[in-house]
Write a protein that binds this ligand. Structure first.
Ligand SMILES: [Cu+2]
Length: 251
């Protein structure tokens, strides 16, 4: 019996969202719980009313009181949906339109069928120019960095997103071909990468660990394997990773 209970608990845990690992995720989770609770209450209320009105119709109809009863759940629903839209929009806009702090770490995320690339600006803090005609993954230049640009000399292009814990990150997303969806469930982060546009999202990872990165837009036949991961490290481990990659980029 106990084993069955534990199994049920694990199933329930996996059914719900994965543990949050980002600073803004606390507010997202709170909103999500509130929204689900509000929708469950509305669903229950609607069904109770449905049954009640159905049973009432068996008596001689009393039209005036029936439409007044319908107005109550309608009013409640309108109020709940307006509250949901305003709170969600506010939360989304804060992450999307209020820029990251000047001290944030900058990483460019490039989506291409069917791979994510992570471009770090290196020690000079400036991204090297990239050109579409230079894109050649087989030759080790998947995002088309221009070898003639001195800013690109120390740039790092990785296939995993490595981040220090408790530091804000400003990601700029772009795509080399079709629309991809950059999705990190544990970071409560989802933003499309759109060809021809550079879109910013910023967040602060608060828990060390390795978290999956998925593509949330059906972007072609290899969409299901368009996966990467983000590794959130302590500052010293991140510095060591950066130093090892910088040496490789410079050599
Ligand atoms: Cu994709």
């Amino acid at each position: 019996m106990l084993r069955g209970g534990a199994f049920f608990a694990i199933g329930l845990r996996d059914w719900w969202m994965p543990p949050n690992a980002a600073a803004h995720g606390v507010a997202v989770d709170r909103l999500m719980r509130w929204d689900v609770a509000a929708m469950a209450a509305c669903f229950l209320l609607a069904n109770i009313l449905l049954v009640w009105l159905f049973l009432r119709q068996r008596r001689p109809p009393s039209a005036p009181s029936t439409w007044r009863v319908e107005l109550i759940p309608l009013g409640v629903l309108v109020a709940v949906y307006i509250a949901m839209a305003v709170t969600a929009e506010h939360l989304w806009a804060r992450e999307r339109f209020e820029g990251a702090a000047p001290t944030a770490l900058h990483v460019e995320v490039v989506g291409q069928q069917f791979q994510w690339y992570f471009h770090y600006p290196g020690a000079d803090a400036a991204y090297g120019q990239s050109r579409p005609q230079l894109v050649n993954a087989a030759l080790g230049n998947p995002i088309g960095l221009d070898p003639a640009d001195r800013h690109g000399k120390d740039d790092i292009v990785a296939s995993e997103l490595v981040l220090p814990v408790n530091r804000e990150v400003d990601l700029q997303l772009r795509s080399l071909d079709v629309i991809h969806g950059f999705f990190v469930p544990e970071m409560r982060l989802k933003q499309n990468a759109v060809p021809g546009a550079t879109l910013h999202v910023h967040f602060t990872p608060i828990r060390e660990g390795t978290y999956p990165i998925l593509c949330s837009q059906v972007c072609g036949s290899g969409h299901a394997r368009m996966q990467a991961h983000t590794r959130v490290l302590s500052q010293s481990a991140y510095d060591a990773w950066l130093a090892s990659r910088t040496k490789k980029a410079m050599s």
